[in-house]
Design a protein around this ligand. Sequence first.
Ligand SMILES: C[S@@+](CC[C@H](N)C(=O)[O-])C[C@H]1O[C@@H](n2cnc3c(N)ncnc32)[C@H](O)[C@@H]1O
Length: 310
Amino acid sequence: MSEFIHKPVMLAEVLAALRPHPNGQYADGTLGGAGHARAILAASSPTGRLLGCDRDGIAVETARQRLATEFAGRFTVERGNFAELDRWLPAGSCDGVLLDLGVSSPQLDQPERGFSFQGDGPLDMRMDDRQTLTAAELVNGADAETLARIFWEYGGERDSRRFAKAIVHDRALSPFLTTRQLAGLIERLAPRHGRKAHPATKVFQALRLAVNDEIGSLRRGLAVAAGLLKPGGRLAVITFHSLEDRVVKEFGRERTRDYTFPGEVDIPELRQPCVPELKWVARKAGLPGAEELQDNPRSRSAQLRVLEKT
Ligand SMILES: C[S@@+](CC[C@H](N)C(=O)[O-])C[C@H]1O[C@@H](n2cnc3c(N)ncnc32)[C@H](O)[C@@H]1O
């Protein structure tokens, strides 16, 4: 196994949010290289417990090995989607839950995983390789309308229709099999003209989100995580782009409301007061400090939001 190095993002801020203590039970839904998990276990020594999961088999094995010696008997590692954390933990059992979304550095850096066009690799992009749907299947199989919707909704790509049509045209001649092939087509359609970002950046992000159903998992995962918290327990979520952050904000807005309303539409006259399920720990999202931004460029788009169970 190549060395799995991922610097945990906003580590001090996550610890300040979750306030780990020795009697605590914590859940990390995105173990990755176990950077956050290790810090939570260390800060909750000697008896705090952590259950961590990840969809990625390599991450799970790495995390297990990294935590084994120092924290034996205090952690459990499971392979799976954080939207299913309630398979392993009972409702109301956690003092803190962490979701650090997106992909890890090793996932991005290994061309054979197909997440990036920096190196050439198969158009794969699966976080969980037991899943059958790959990026190649979407790119070569979905109709132009579906592809355009994915590029627009998940990538905010303004040229979504043009790119989708060109893909459908070109794949009839020869299917898209590699990341470079797809990135090359987008670059020909939208030459860089000195722009910093590669023109295929948004298309790749969109495909990754679609292949892994990341927004669906996030919606389900937030609801499950909230159900796991004890009163006073906290949910910390690190997002890396505005679509994810919007989902977290909307979830928070709904669950921190101090009233309910019948049906789908919020009509002020029909509101009924209630005790909100959650409260925001801070109104605004936390951002990485200048030092971290300099030290770890991948932290630059990170935003941390924290909710507390009432
Ligand atoms: C940014 S990394 C986490 C890094 C980790 N916090 C650390 O300190 O090393 C995100 C990880 O979450 C995993 N992941 C993303 N979405 C997931 C989901 N819905 N369920 C489980 N794991 C997920 C990815 O496979 C990846 O390993």
